[in-house]
Design a protein around this ligand. Sequence first.
Ligand SMILES: Cc1cc2nc3c(=O)[nH]c(=O)nc-3n(C[C@H](O)[C@H](O)[C@H](O)COP(=O)(O)OP(=O)(O)OC[C@H]3O[C@@H](n4cnc5c(N)ncnc54)[C@H](O)[C@@H]3O)c2cc1C
Length: 453
Amino acid sequence: MASANTNKLQVAICGAGIGGLTFALALSRFPDIDINIYEGARALTEVGAGIGIFPRPWKIIKMLGLEADLLKVTETKVVNGPVSVFQYRKSDQHEGIEFYTLVTEGSLILFHRADYQQTLLNHLPKRCQTHCSKRLRSYVQRQSGPIELLFEDGTTALCDVLVGADGLKSVVRAGVLGEKAQRSRSEGRWQEAADILKHVEPVWSGTNAYRALIPVQKLRTIAPNHRILNTPGVQYLGKQGYIIAYRISGGQLINFVAFVIQHKLENTKFNGPWMSTVEPSAFSTSFAHWEPDVQALIACVEKPMQWAIHTVRPMQSFVSGRVALLGDAAHSMTPHQGSGAGQALEDACILATVLGHPSTNRSNVAHRALRVYDNIRCPFAYKVMQVSRANGRHLTLELDEGVPVDLDSLPPKQQWDYLQRLGNTVVKNWEWAWTTSIDTSLKEALHMLESQV
Ligand SMILES: Cc1cc2nc3c(=O)[nH]c(=O)nc-3n(C[C@H](O)[C@H](O)[C@H](O)COP(=O)(O)OP(=O)(O)OC[C@H]3O[C@@H](n4cnc5c(N)ncnc54)[C@H](O)[C@@H]3O)c2cc1C
């Protein structure tokens, strides 16, 4: 096991998902840092599903030298100017209406998750040691000296900095919040301590996602003119949910996700397994009256995975002392802007930059580098959580939160105008992902770091 008695800063990463691995790669550019990755699973695998990366986080992929290899495993034709990414259809009726096209500045690049993970692993230098079957149980952080990591198998390890990239049910988050609550209690702020601890357990978003990969050939056989065969991506919208479909894996597979959404159940407890394999009937009844394109896709779905989408209540800080959270552990959000992994990439990029800065050392890391990371990333990720949540409303045809409109009873012109406003709102809400740049956050982080003495 790693010990913390070398001169190099020793960073332990808990969790080897997209966030943990990207962070390890970003940090490996700094030779004066020792990196150990501890993963609870026996082997590194990714869920059988697609993932999309917008231009803002794509810049990080470029910085990390992953672009050329990732372009080999995407179906997306990468464009730098305006590009049509999704067609929007009102589909909860016999004949759907195409009402809007989402045009981004630069492509949304689509992958199979396993291809993305494999590319990361191919680039990870040997000195980033990955230890599988190492499930963290807890950690002990004292005022000074190394942080002690305690694993489920009874072993221990030491580090100077612990990064919790351990996903939605993060053990590191429980530790960080426990430490913060303890500090509040010791200063007599009992209510604050109780409020902090409310962020430990994730909450259900009222949404279930049903994910499947459909062989393109299978769809072509039953629906040779299906629009997914010739369109980059389609979102089929209705009041009770929506479906997203796009091609991945060199055009051989269709990534299919159906969302069944009950907004009124947001922040409640989900009864049942959070992830399970189900029969298509678990979701198909919700889309029974939808247009033929949707029926053809559903007819191709076998054994979908049901994901009860949980989120972490927005936190005010991702850091406690020399422990920091990253990715879903810090800000698990609804997937309605396809930006959770992108936000993990941003965390990885900023955190690696401040930790690798020549001025960072063991004694100042807590109050300088990690504080800068927190100040930059926490508010940004919080905003993305908010807009992603709002998009979940818009994609169920709700323009203003909590004001459902009976669109089917509106005259055609009014219905069309409403749908146009909806499309414009979706774009306005989402355009940060292609009109803003990570460079601004990076510059700000370096400025904050370098202006501190
Ligand atoms: C339906 C759906 C669609 C999505 N689509 C997109 C998209 O298109 N674009 C996008 O950007 N995002 C998307 N997301 C979000 C994205 O999938 C997540 O934000 C991202 O995968 C989070 O990565 P992570 O590394 O933070 O966490 P995870 O992927 O959850 O990885 C956590 C890792 O930590 C390990 N671990 C857990 N506990 C421990 C422990 N105690 N000790 C050691 N290891 C541990 C786990 O085994 C795992 O390997 C989507 C999400 C969903 C649900």
